[in-house]
Design a protein around this ligand. Structure first.
Ligand SMILES: C[S@@+](CC[C@H](N)C(=O)[O-])C[C@H]1O[C@@H](n2cnc3c(N)ncnc32)[C@H](O)[C@@H]1O
Length: 309
């Protein structure tokens, strides 16, 4: 997998947050091309250990090659980070990293079907073993369901009109390619004067839906906290506001000294309890000017760090 090139974002900030040390145990739930993983192993030399996973088979292969120089100090598995606590011992880790979203190869390889800028099969699966593809969703879901996905996961104002147009067009010819879907979005909302391509939001929404990303994230955050030792740190890099909101809400709930059974935050119903974590930084950490200039894909990245109590 020598063509697997992904420039990791905010490496210095992640090292600052997780403070890898010799003898430490770390988990990387989104190992990708192993840029962060290699940095963590180098910083915890010679006796740090890293357990990594990625649901993308190409990434796992690339990570194993990239980490060859650290042989004997890591284990990489193919799988969802939601399941981290199934194979990593509870309370065993000094640091956990989740660097969310897609890798550059996933976006750049047309056959993966993530990009409206290149023509490829309408796929978008991070894990190619999964049955559901974007084409199945687009050709099989009702107009209401598609509109809901575009609205809730893409914040797309034209969600209903786009969904109805998809249902109309697919009766003549099912959607098979990214170009077909991008052209429909262009036809409905002409590009003139727009800063972003008219298909941006529906592609984001479909990707999140196909990979069930937000529910994996909720489960992954729980799993990460479970496998951390007291004093261990969880670093999460998000790339858009929906992901960031899930991380913020998770952190808010775990850092509070009360909970409220039943779901409604009625002050009288609050039950005191011991917080499970503290925020390490009050605000999200963002890439510096040098990184932004060198790596445009870092521009929407935000890092939040929690420490387990
Ligand atoms: C931004 S890249 C990570 C890059 C990596 N930090 C590096 O240094 O190269 C995100 C990776 O997370 C993976 N991924 C996304 N959601 C996942 C999940 N729920 N479980 C496992 N891997 C996931 C993707 O397949 C992708 O390889």
């Amino acid at each position: 997998m020598s063509h697997f090139i992904h420039k990791p974002v905010m490496v210095a900030e992640v090292l600052d947050a997780l403070r890898p040390k010799a003898g430490g145990r770390y988990a990387d739930g989104t190992v990708g091309g192993a840029g962060h993983a290699a940095a963590m192993l180098a910083a915890s030399s010679l006796t740090g250990w890293l357990s990594g996973c990625d649901c993308d088979g190409d990434a796992v292969e690339a990570a194993r090659v990239r980490l060859a120089e650290f042989a004997g100090r890591f284990e990489i598995r193919r799988g969802n980070f939601a399941d981290l606590a199934q194979w990593i011992e509870a309370g065993s880790c000094d640091g956990v990293l989740l660097d969310l979203g897609v890798s550059s190869p996933q976006l750049d390889v047309a056959e993966r079907g993530f990009s409206f800028q290149q023509d490829g099969p309408l796929d978008m699966r991070m894990d190619a073993r999964q049955a559901l593809t974007a084409a199945e969703l687009v050709n099989g879901a009702s107009a209401d369901e598609l509109a809901r996905v575009f609205w809730e996961l893409g914040d797309e104002r034209d969600s209903r009109r786009l969904a109805r147009a998809i249902v109309h067009d697919r009766e003549q010819r099912p959607f098979g390619t990214t170009r077909q879907l991008a052209e429909l979005a262009e036809r409905l909302s002409p590009r003139a004067g727009r800063r972003t391509h008219p298909a941006t939001k529906i592609f984001q929404a479909l990707r999140l839906a196909v990979n069930d990303e937000l529910s994996s994230l909720k489960r992954g955050l729980d799993a990460a906290l479970t496998i951390l030792k007291p004093g261990g740190r969880l670093a999460v890099i998000t790339f858009h506001s929906l992901e960031d909101r899930v991380v913020k809400e998770f952190g808010r709930a775990r850092t509070r000294d009360y909970t409220f059974p039943g779901g409604t935050d009625v002050p009288e119903l609050r039950v005191p309890r011991t917080p499970e974590a503290v925020w390490v930084n009050r605000k999200a950490i963002k890439p510096g000017a040098v990184e932004l200039a060198e790596n445009p894909r870092s521009r929407s990245a935000q890092l939040r760090v929690l420490e387990k109590i």
